[in-house]
Ligand binder design. Structure first.
Ligand SMILES: CCC/C=C/C(=O)SCCNC(=O)CCNC(=O)[C@H](O)C(C)(C)COP(=O)([O-])OP(=O)([O-])OC[C@H]1O[C@@H](n2cnc3c(N)ncnc32)[C@H](O)[C@@H]1OP(=O)([O-])[O-]
Ligand SMILES: NC(=O)C1=CN([C@@H]2O[C@H](COP(=O)(O)OP(=O)(O)OC[C@H]3O[C@@H](n4cnc5c(N)ncnc54)[C@H](OP(=O)(O)O)[C@@H]3O)[C@@H](O)[C@H]2O)C=CC1
Length: 282
């Protein structure tokens, strides 16, 4: 029998192999939105273990407190801010506070987001608006306010937007597909517009990653997720964290406007139904 998947925790991220060695991000400040769980938490651990100070953000304070406590007990440097990515003015104030306190921000990992699985024909207006607002508007507010700080201070910056694998659509996730496709093309556009400010903008597109986020899916849908790519398995939050470090940091210094897909080949073979496979497609 196959071993059931478990959601990795702080202890796992404290011990996962690092993509680089030493304190290569020492003195740098990295903001990870949605850093209190899943991919964001793994990314915070990865950058922190490489020497960066991490600021994690999200809406639920307890998750942020627990993650910061785990990081600092491991001797790493981290703090948090409660921030909803849909709050345009709140985000501007958050960046003003960060620059007042630290005088810099080196990398933004724009990871917060999410959706609910549903057949598109049944979306309510509010449901559509909530998902588009969270993933497209929220990502944009976080990007634009960071970029304004960098431009005004003549500091370089790097943004990694966590999106999704959208080239063949996302069955049961048309709202998030539309929003993520928007973020990808927004990123390609500002990668050019913001090159003159030394701001790089890239995207990481995760396939099925076994994280706390999987709790949003039904057992029927989940039972097929690990068969939706030719590797026939889930990826891990750590896979995505390492990609964020590679693209966001100096190793990605000549990369901008790119989308790095980590999906076990799922964009080439297999299909994913976020709300469960309809009988028609069996
Ligand atoms: C599979 C691999 C690919 C991707 C994986 C991942 O991303 S893993 C990561 C996964 N992690 C996450 O996704 C975590 C983050 N996700 C979230 O925070 C939420 O999913 C959210 C952003 C949509 C809710 O935003 P919010 O606080 O603004 O929500 P709200 O409560 O105010 O409702 C607004 C409207 O939405 C409607 N509605 C809501 N749920 C459902 C539902 N299940 N069904 C139907 N509709 C639903 C609700 O009824 C209302 O419309 P109404 O009734 O007034 O017409
Ligand atoms: N796991 C997967 O297979 C895939 C994930 N993704 C995307 O990767 C990102 C991370 O997902 P994952 O770690 O798996 O799942 P999680 O649900 O664990 O992570 C989402 C995080 O975003 C935060 N968040 C959500 N909405 C907001 C908001 N409006 N303002 C501030 N914070 C918010 C949540 O914290 P809180 O609720 O406390 O605010 C949470 O910590 C998400 O954008 C997700 O959609 C994309 C493709 C596949």
């Amino acid at each position: 029998m196959t071993k059931p998947m478990t959601i990795p925790n702080d202890a796992d991220f404290a011990n996962s192999p690092l993509p680089f060695s030493g304190d290569c991000f020492k003195g740098q400040l990295v903001l990870v939105s949605g850093g209190g769980s899943g991919i964001g938490k793994a990314t915070a651990w990865c950058f922190a273990r490489l020497g960066a100070h991490i600021i994690i953000t999200g809406r639920t304070e307890q998750k942020l407190i627990d993650t910061v406590a785990a990081l600092t007990s491991a001797g790493l440097s981290a703090s948090y801010k409660i921030q909803d990515i849909r709050d345009y003015d709140g985000i501007a104030a958050m960046y003003a506070d960060i620059f007042a306190e630290f005088g810099r921000l080196d990398i933004l990992i724009n990871n917060a987001g999410g959706q609910f699985p549903q057949s598109a024909i049944d979306f309510s207006k509010n449901g559509w608006d909530a998902v588009v607002s969270n993933n497209l508007n929220g990502s944009w507010y976080m990007m634009q306010h960071a970029a304004r700080q960098w431009r005004d201070r003549k500091q370089q910056g790097s943004i990694v937007n966590i999106v999704a694998v959208v080239p063949r659509g996302m069955n049961g996730g048309a709202h998030t597909c539309a929003a993520r496709a928007g973020v990808i093309h927004l990123s390609k556009t500002v990668a050019v517009e913001w090159a003159e400010y030394n701001i790089r903008v890239n995207c990481v597109a995760p396939g099925v990653i076994f994280s706390e986020g999987m709790r949003a899916y039904s057992p029927e849908a989940l039972s097929e997720f690990d068969k939706s790519n030719p590797m026939k398995r889930f990826g891990t939050p750590w896979d995505i964290a390492q990609a964020c470090v590679y693209l966001g940091g100096p190793s990605g210094s000549f990369i901008t406007g790119e989308v790095l897909t980590l999906d076990g080949g799922g964009q080439l073979w297999g299909d994913l139904w976020m709300h469960g496979r309809p009988d028609y497609f069996r």
